[in-house]
Design a binder for this molecule. Structure first.
Ligand SMILES: [Zn+2]
Length: 338
């Protein structure tokens, strides 16, 4: 079955202004890189209010929707233009469409090419270029469907997915994993935060110092994330797929290659195949170098279509392995891992 690509030109109408890194050209570059890819395509449908209000309170949704057709600065780096609210509704709706296609068996793997991104949007506030928490809305929608009791969200964007963590921190029906550069924006996501209440043990953060690359990420996914996924046994796997850990990215200082993103994508494919009947949905988050972004997305789409990722290179050296051992110790202490 071909990968399903969800997208819509209306998401180009979210205009952020000259010099803003989260710009429409990101989607244009991805579109050009996907030329010739063997995929199914579908346009996006807007999310309805009820779906958004599973994550965001009514007062917040009212405030965002009231900006439709306007230009405004919401906070220092989050702006809207007249087309932004429609784009945000389509971005949230794209994740829901991915979930519906996966659960209905119309697709086995889906990738929603969305903007604005979502993982920094907290239930009660927009931040970090994000208006609605796209992946959290998709996960909450999935949990309303028969047969979906546990969702795993894997966030490989270089920034911590603070909004997603906040949405599910006290819930046991979503396991949230985030690997991110630390220190970096937004400054959240320390190792010791592993969930609370019913969500105790269902959050795992992997904050990594800047400068690390493919070997560290490959080992993290193979040796730490895979066992955590096996212990949790999700019914659906969603990915906050940001590509700003790429070595060319201007907003962070990680050193990943596009080949590494293919490796990471193969790991999440394997997790979905082993535990979730193959159901895997990716939602675009960050990634601000057009070359690094578009090549990495294409590499992932090829893996979703069955391509074999490059052979894993040498394992991490001592400098690269040190931060992993701290993550491994926390992961080993999660309830399901005992
Ligand atoms: Zn990011």
């Amino acid at each position: 079955m071909k990968p399903l690509i969800i997208g819509d030109p209306a998401m180009l109408a979210h205009e952020t202004g000259d010099g803003h890194p989260e710009r429409p050209d990101r989607l244009r570059a991805i579109e050009a890189a996907l030329a010739g890819a063997d995929v199914e395509r579908v346009g996006a449908k807007p999310a309805d209010r009820a779906a958004i209000e599973r994550i965001h309170p009514k007062s917040y949704v009212d405030a965002v929707l009231a900006l439709a057709g306007q230009s405004a600065l919401i906070e220092h780096d989050t702006v809207v233009s007249p087309g932004s609210i429609d784009a945000a509704l389509l971005a949230a709706g794209s994740g829901i469409q991915a979930v519906d296609a996966l659960i209905a068996g119309r697709a086995r793997r889906a990738f929603a090419m969305v903007r604005p991104p979502g993982h920094h949007a907290e239930p009660q506030r927009a931040m970090g270029f994000c208006l609605f928490s796209n992946v959290a809305i998709a996960a909450a929608h999935a949990l309303e469907q028969p047969g979906i009791e546990r969702v795993m969200i894997i966030d490989w964007d270089v920034h911590h997915g603070n909004g997603t963590q906040e949405a599910f921190y006290r819930r046991g029906d979503v396991f949230f994993f985030s690997v991110h550069q630390s220190p970096n924006y937004p400054g959240t996501g320390p190792l010791h935060e592993t969930g609370s209440g019913a969500g105790a043990g269902c959050t795992l953060n992997a904050p990594l110092p800047p400068g690390l690359g493919d070997a560290t990420y490959a080992a993290l996914f193979a040796d730490i994330l895979r066992p955590a996924a096996a212990a949790y046994a999700p019914d659906l796997v969603l990915v906050s797929a940001g590509f700003d850990a790429h070595r060319r990215d201007p907003l962070a200082h990680m050193q990943l290659t596009e080949e590494c993103f293919a490796t990471l994508c193969a790991e999440v494919v394997a997790i979905a195949e082993e535990h979730a009947d193959g159901r895997l949905g990716l939602l675009l988050e960050g990634g601000y170098d057009l070359v690094g972004l578009s090549r990495s997305v294409r590499a992932c789409v090829d893996v979703l279509g069955g391509a074999t990722p490059p052979a894993r290179g040498p394992g991490p050296d001592a400098r690269e392995a040190a931060p992993l051992s701290a993550v491994k110790a926390v992961a080993a202490g999660l309830p399901g891992m005992r």
